[in-house]
Design a protein around this ligand. Sequence first.
Ligand SMILES: C=C(OP(=O)(O)O)C(=O)O
Ligand SMILES: [Mg+2]
Length: 570
Amino acid sequence: MANILGIAASSGIAIAKAFRLEHPEYEISKRSVSDADAELAKLQAALETSKGELEAIKERTLQEMGEKKAEIFQSHLLILSDPELIDPVKDKITSEMINAEYALNEIASQFVAMFENMKSAYLQERAADMRDVTKRVINHLMGVNFQSPAEIREEVVIIAEDLTPSDTAQLDRNYVKGFTTNIGGRTSHSAIMARSLEIPAVVGTKEVMEVVQNGDVVIVDGLEGNVIVNPDDATLADYRAKREAYEAQVAEWRKLRDEATVSKDGVHVELAANIGTPNDVAGVIDNGGEAVGLYRTEFLYMGRDELPSEDVQFNAYKTVLERMEGKPVVVRTLDIGGDKELPYLTLPKEMNPFLGFRAIRLCLDRQDIFRTQLRALLRASVFGELRIMFPMIATLGEFRQAKAVLLEEKDKLVSEGVAVSDNIQLGIMVEIPSTAVLADQFAKEVDFFSIGTNDLIQYTMAADRMNERVSYLYQPYNPSILRLVKMVIDAAHKEGKWAGMCGEMAGDATAIPLLLGLGLDEFSMSASSILPARSQIAKLSKAEMQELATKALDMQTAEEVVELVNAIQA
Ligand SMILES: C=C(OP(=O)(O)O)C(=O)O
Ligand SMILES: [Mg+2]
């Protein structure tokens, strides 16, 4: 039995067999063969097996994720049947009397290089498809076992170095009971996705990939941040009991589903949810969310091989607004960059991607992309209570420019006779310190603020939110952060505007008493955190929390603040 410590990233307890998700690296060497026909037969068999697998993945993707995502696998199937690829491979095997995997790799590499040198992003993306699909065939030729997360068909806990947001998007919670990774932090996007899928997760363990083998029994304790490998019977029994107790607690919270969120002294605050796709709305309603406080639209741009069209976007936004039945929906415009890359948007590599060309900076430069999104949003606005929010605003100039583009698109639509709502609130994320500091000036021009603490903390403390080696500096309770939060809330209230928070801090049980005391109006969090937060707030008096917050602002360290909060919650 081994016990590995990590960062608790998504609540709950999972117990299942380990499944190592790895992308095998190997050398493909050239070998002479004496029987070319046998080599051709091997190639044919590997092609057929790969096609069978891709057909199955395509079918399942179609059922569960829709036509657009399934098209990716259709294009993979076309590559495998393309004589322009397969015929030269066969020729090479017979004319040079060499092994199939080497021949395939050589020819495919030529295509990859050719596609990569093309100007069009679409053709460059074909290079990635070609690489993916030939890797599958080569794996079969070399007898290497490899599965993509979408193919898992038994109950497992995934063990990985890291999971990209698109890996996470393929996880099926019927089979994937939990996951644990070597790297990442609580606010890395794989952790955020795990919470929206309600899959227990422990990240940043530094060593699960070194310790855990396929088939080991693994407990992922997403409550405490522990991973236990091959537990003895007593530990297994303990954790089964702990899982049951947690499930009973969840059942207790569920009774608050249709209640309003009111503090002990009668003050109402709004508990909203963060979502990544229209499918997440079911979880918001199921967990009694009063609004969507952050719709991260970048997931709409991922997992496909070109930009989503205006109509694809319109349908997604309309679906979310309709499913929320008139409750507010804050949609954030594209926040790509940092750890969220789009393979078809080929941008130069940067030394410091979190400080680079991303989010609103990219949108103001690539206005074609931005305007398409804004038009889709404006068209959808009549189907519910839409609020639009710009990410990563650093200056008033950026906000004004983005707002002007929005108003231009609105005017165009209106003159085309398209119905657009007249009361769309327009707000910004406050996630860059310069904006928090000038919040009094922004408050005169925006309708609302939503504080993005995931980034605000990393930029204030200069500590990368993805890097577990500096995670000790990632301090939501540091008085410096609390003071910035206070500045933003006070500035909003002075102008009669509302202030929310959509960073992970909003759903954190230690932060909630402080945020209530600081006067936060809206708390937006993973749907699974809403009911525990509602239960907690019902036990707190806002007046008392104001006193607590005032004391916390004068503390010197994050540890002192935590002690202060723990004392009242004990
Ligand atoms: C909510 C935020 O945005 P994201 O996590 O998507 O960067 C944030 O920065 O707090
Ligand atoms: Mg952010």
